[in-house]
Design a protein around this ligand. Structure first.
Ligand SMILES: Cc1cc2nc3c(=O)[nH]c(=O)nc-3n(C[C@H](O)[C@H](O)[C@H](O)COP(=O)(O)O)c2cc1C
Length: 193
């Protein structure tokens, strides 16, 4: 991909991005992922502390392991999810990362009052940049607890002091033509003075 291929206005990127849950096998390369991380760290950061940290996981066995752990935890806890969603999420053939070729976990080693906000802002930048590159992405909140489990962190190679906040899968959409942004309600304004 050349620089000119990546030209898309920020409004086009915001309007066109959508969660992608079906991926081609193609694994994003280091250079492309590095560009996404560079976009992520351009996000606003409280007190300019830049306390976000990034973990890039492309190893299939590790992704499978995190998925299995998250599903097992969900089955054990049955917490607050509607019955249908629970059945779908714990089905044997369900993979919480939808077999995406890459997972970028944004988190911190120094959790503080604003670090979650920093991580989520970085995540949105990353997803918009991915969209502008023709890549799909999806936040996988279901992975957070598993990624913060001591045994999983050790198995995956994450630093013990790392707290995962925003897991985002990334990859080439399997069927780009089938993607379309999901609708939104108009902004619900409670005050406009
Ligand atoms: C905090 C958060 C957690 C999410 N967790 C998951 C998840 O675990 N699995 C999933 O398939 N999508 C997850 N999503 C994606 C949402 O389902 C998706 O963004 C929403 O349906 C709106 O669709 P859109 O992103 O295509 O506009 C999550 C999104 C957010 C913001």
């Amino acid at each position: 991909m050349t620089d000119s291929d990546r030209h898309m206005s920020v409004h086009e990127a915001i309007a066109g991005r959508c969660a992608v849950r079906d991926y081609a096998a193609l694994v994003p390369g280091d250079t492309q992922l590095e560009r996404l991380l560079q976009a992520a760290v351009r996000a606003p950061t409280a007190l300019h502390e830049e306390l976000w940290r990034f973990a890039v996981i492309r190893e299939r066995a590790l992704l499978d392991r995190i998925s299995a752990c998250a599903k097992a935890a969900m089955s054990a806890r049955a917490d607050g999810l509607p019955h249908d969603a629970m059945a779908a999420f714990t089905a044997e053939d369900f993979h919480i990362f939808y077999n995406a070729p890459a997972l970028i976990v944004i988190g911190t080693e120094a959790p503080g009052r604003f670090t979650d906000a920093d991580c989520w802002l970085a995540a949105e930048n990353l997803m918009l940049a991915a969209h502008a590159e023709g890549l799909g992405s999806c936040v996988i909140g279901l992975a957070v607890d598993a990624l913060n489990d001591v045994a999983v962190k050790r198995a995956v190679g994450l630093p013990a002091g790392f707290t995962a906040v925003s897991p985002v899968i990334v990859g080439t959409p399997a069927n780009p033509a089938a993607l379309s942004p999901t609708p939104r309600k108009p902004p619900h304004v409670v005050l406009w003075s």
